[in-house]
Design a protein around this ligand. Structure first.
Ligand code: NAD
Length: 260
């Protein structure tokens, strides 16, 4: 379905981004992997996807907290592959604290990586996608792009902002062959959430297993995690012809979290 297309997935050395990258590669897309990690592990991921799916995969370590680096990632990709078809803005970080104690540096970092990086990437990618008359921009927002929780001021603000940015870009690209949508996951068991489970366990003096049950019970009515593979499937759907008229919207993959 995506044979010959070129996709950038930011933050794809781990978790949801990696699940999305693998799904797009399975469908034939060439990939730019991005994110931090140990060089040997990243190379194993890169060569593994190339081998498993027979696509070209390059790694680019651009730092998503820096607007210029994001724009250069887009430019380098177009130089290298001669095109850019799919941009998945996925890189993200989390930090939790009550608003009055929230460190300003953490606020700045979360806004930069979880929101501004998508702005810079989209701004640089849209001209190329419009020229090709086909493009798919998928912003990985969150249930926290639609509703709030305590102690997540920066994350909730950034993810709500990302859903807003999605609507604007959906409008501005409508009819051009380019679509822009947000995907809003509930809990997905990745390192980002693993840390929150450990924090609950430590605060309440309970086991990891009990903390996991509490985390799910509080928010996710299905009482189960969504998986990186399922998020990959959602992004693949948004890249399919069935989604040609879906733009400027947010799709929840959250086990019912935002239904109540
Ligand atoms: P993760 O920690 O497993 O992966 C985050 C990825 O982003 C990693 O590859 C990391 O190296 C990369 N990254 C972090 N800072 C970066 C930077 N400055 N430059 C480049 N790459 C950087 O987390 P995840 O759970 O897979 O999260 C992926 C996205 O999904 C995030 O935007 C997150 O907010 C969102 N999300 C996650 C959940 C969940 O339950 N895990 C739920 C809703 C939304």
């Amino acid at each position: 379905m995506l044979k010959g297309k070129v996709a950038i997935v930011t933050g794809s050395t781990s978790g949801i981004g990696l699940g999305i990258a693998k799904e797009l590669a399975k469908l034939g897309a060439n990939l730019v992997l991005n994110g931090f990690g140990e060089a040997g592990e990243i190379e194993a991921i890169r060569s593994g996807i190339e081998r498993d799916h027979g696509v070209r995969v390059v790694y680019d370590g651009a730092d998503m907290s820096k607007g210029n680096a994001v724009r250069e990632l887009i430019d380098r990709t177009v130089e290298k592959f001669g095109r850019l078809d799919i941009l998945v803005n996925n890189a993200g970080i989390q930090f939790t604290a009550p608003v009055e104690e929230f460190p300003a540096a953490k606020w700045d970092a979360i806004l930069a990586i979880n929101l501004s990086a998508a702005f810079h990437g989209i701004a640089a990618a849209v001209p190329q996608m419009k020229k090709q008359r086909w493009g798919r921009i998928v912003n990985i927002a969150s249930a926290h792009g639609l509703v709030a929780s305590t102690h997540k001021a920066a994350y909730v603000a950034a993810k709500h902002g990302l859903v807003g940015l999605t609507k604007v870009v959906g409008l501005e690209t409508a009819g051009s062959g380019v679509t822009c949508n947000a995907v809003c996951p509930g809990w997905v068991r990745t390192p980002l959430v693993e840390k929150q489970i450990s924090d609950i366990a430590a605060q309440k003096g309970i086991s990891q297993k009990e903390a996991t049950s509490e985390l799910l019970a509080e928010k996710q009515p299905s009482l189960d995690f969504a998986s990186p593979e399922q998020l990959g499937g959602t992004v693949a759907f948004l890249c399919s012809a069935a989604a040609d008229q879906i733009t400027g919207t947010a799709i929840s993959v959250d086990g019912g979290w935002t239904a109540r």
